[in-house]
Design a protein around this ligand. Structure first.
Ligand SMILES: Nc1nc2c(ncn2[C@@H]2O[C@H](COP(=O)(O)OP(=O)(O)OP(=O)(O)O)[C@@H](O)[C@H]2O)c(=O)[nH]1
Ligand SMILES: [Mg+2]
Length: 458
């Protein structure tokens, strides 16, 4: 289905610098739109653009408004509809001087193009059916990806990984809905086209797949935003010192006063290709201080969200039972606890430590490499590379949740023999939610939010 609301926006010919801002060996200026050829021809010196075959590159020059040469450039032409945007696209590779780039843009604008808005090239690709919405979002993810794993996921999504899965589900649900609607048309005649038990089985199957996709979101989120590692312990054991040491930055305040950290402090860093999000928390202790106990509530929330908990103590004697109880009570089912003893520089050399405890001195930096290795090993287990589709996008996740809720309502209605009318209505709602993922169903608001994430020139 073509989103017609966008059509009128796409008659202009747009231009933008597609390479990063700054000086480089080369820079690329991209032009897309129905008038790309005549506009570029006005400044182009070389083989006439109309005589070029699509998908070919040509050396020539661009003239300034006084007729002098501005730069030698390579022009590549992609004629509609076989281009990224589906419109005729011309790419001009010029030398990377800031002056040349800016001047080239000015010349294109004087010749009739307009500056592109952020994401406008990708938005046109979507409007022309070159990409679906999930793929367009993946373009932004590829550009933003900071680690190998996040990049791999984004590429798979750009190639249509999740879209195919969603389309299959949608087709199955449309089939279900069609059978029910047919029944409604013949309701007076008391016939039943839809075999209830088959409908139920199909609903359960879809529910199973949707739940799997929803669950994969935690992994997808960890890959994109960093695997959440909560640093938990009693006050003054050196949690903030450890955060700073891991980040290599004085991010959190450190002092020998118990209860220094009151709010949650978090930041990300890549270790061995895996992105971690370290979360320093308020130390756990009994307190009558209102602000401190608000901080402790946040600590508990962070334990619940963490995939890894670093449980810190500062002496072999302190068993930290209360802290441990708090962790055990709030730990997510698939989260892993790594026990850490800090301040080993204060321990006598002969001190006995349990074998599975990582011994460190956050202040002196000892043992941190062992801790990093342990973190990477646990992360590898948690983020097992599956070929399954992984949901990485909050918008997709919410849409899937919406689908599942409506679908479960439909299944309940089916089971209790409620009139097909209501079942059909719930199904339609479920289908609607699924459709928003790939953009089969769109609203201008969703589109505006999504494309605003892009940079200009993309
Ligand atoms: N000797 C020694 N002292 C340390 C070490 N790590 C931290 N400290 C000291 O222990 C004190 C407490 O450190 P913090 O990092 O503020 O402890 P915290 O766990 O964040 O404390 P709260 O925020 O109050 O819960 C500070 O004086 C640190 O300098 C260490 O490895 N060895
Ligand atoms: Mg602290």
């Amino acid at each position: 289905m073509e989103p017609t609301t966008l059509k009128s926006l796409h008659d202009d010919t747009i231009c933008a610098i597609a390479t990063p801002h700054g000086i480089g060996g080369l820079a690329t200026v991209r032009v897309s739109g129905p008038d790309a050829e005549p506009i570029v021809q006005r400044l182009w010196h070389g083989k006439p653009i109309a005589a070029m075959t699509s998908h070919s590159a040509h050396l020539g020059s661009i003239t300034d408004d006084d007729g002098a040469t501005l730069d030698e450039v390579v022009l590549t032409i992609f004629r509609a509809p076989r281009s990224f945007t589906g419109q005729t696209v011309i790419e001009l590779s010029c030398h990377g001087s800031l002056f040349v780039q800016q001047r080239l843009l000015q010349r294109l604008i004087a010749a009739g193009a307009r500056m592109a808005e952020p994401g406008e090239f990708t938005r046109r690709a979507f409007a022309n059916g070159r990409l679906d919405l999930a793929q367009a979002e993946a373009v932004a993810d590829v550009i933003a990806s900071r680690t190998r794993a996040a990049h791999r996921l984004a590429i798979s999504q750009m190639k249509g990984g999740i879209s195919r899965r969603i389309e299959q589900l949608r087709e199955q649900m449309l089939e279900l809905a069609a059978l029910l609607e047919l029944e409604l048309d013949f309701s007076e005649e008391d016939v039943s086209f839809a075999d209830r038990s088959r409908l139920l089985a199909l609903a359960d199957e879809i529910h199973f797949i949707v739940t799997g996709l929803c669950n994969s979101f935690a992994t997808g989120d960890a890959l994109r935003n960093g695997l959440p590692v909560a640093i938990i312990g009693a006050t003054n054991v050196g949690k903030s010192t450890l955060l700073n040491a891991l980040l290599g930055d004085d991010r959190a305040l450190v002092s020998d006063v118990h209860g220094t950290t009151r709010d949650v402090i978090e930041d990300t860093i890549t270790i061995d290709g895996t992105l971690f999000r370290f979360i320093d928390t308020a130390g756990l202790r009994h307190t009558t201080d209102t602000v401190e106990s608000m901080g402790i509530d946040r600590t508990i929330a962070k334990i619940e969200q963490a995939r890894i908990v670093l449980l810190i103590t500062d002496s072999p004697q302190s068993t930290a039972t209360e802290v441990e109880q708090a962790v055990n009570a709030h730990l997510a089912p698939d989260a892993v606890v790594i026990r850490v003893i800090n301040k080993i520089d204060l321990l006598p050399a002969a001190a006995q430590l349990q074998p599975d405890v990582v011994a460190i001195s956050a202040r002196q930096g000892t043992g941190l490499d062992t801790l990093r290795r342990r973190l990477v090993a646990v992360a590898c287990d948690q983020l097992v590379a599956t070929d399954d589709t992984v949901v990485t996008n909050l918008r997709h996740y919410n849409a899937l949740r919406g689908t599942d809720t409506a679908l479960m309502r439909a299944a309940d209605a089916l089971r209790s023999g409620i009139s097909s009318e209501f079942v059909a209505q719930d199904l339609r709602e479920a289908i609607h939610h699924l459709g928003t993922i790939t953009g089969a169903i769109t609203s201008p608001d969703i589109l505006a939010t999504i494309f605003a994430r892009f940079c200009i020139g993309k």
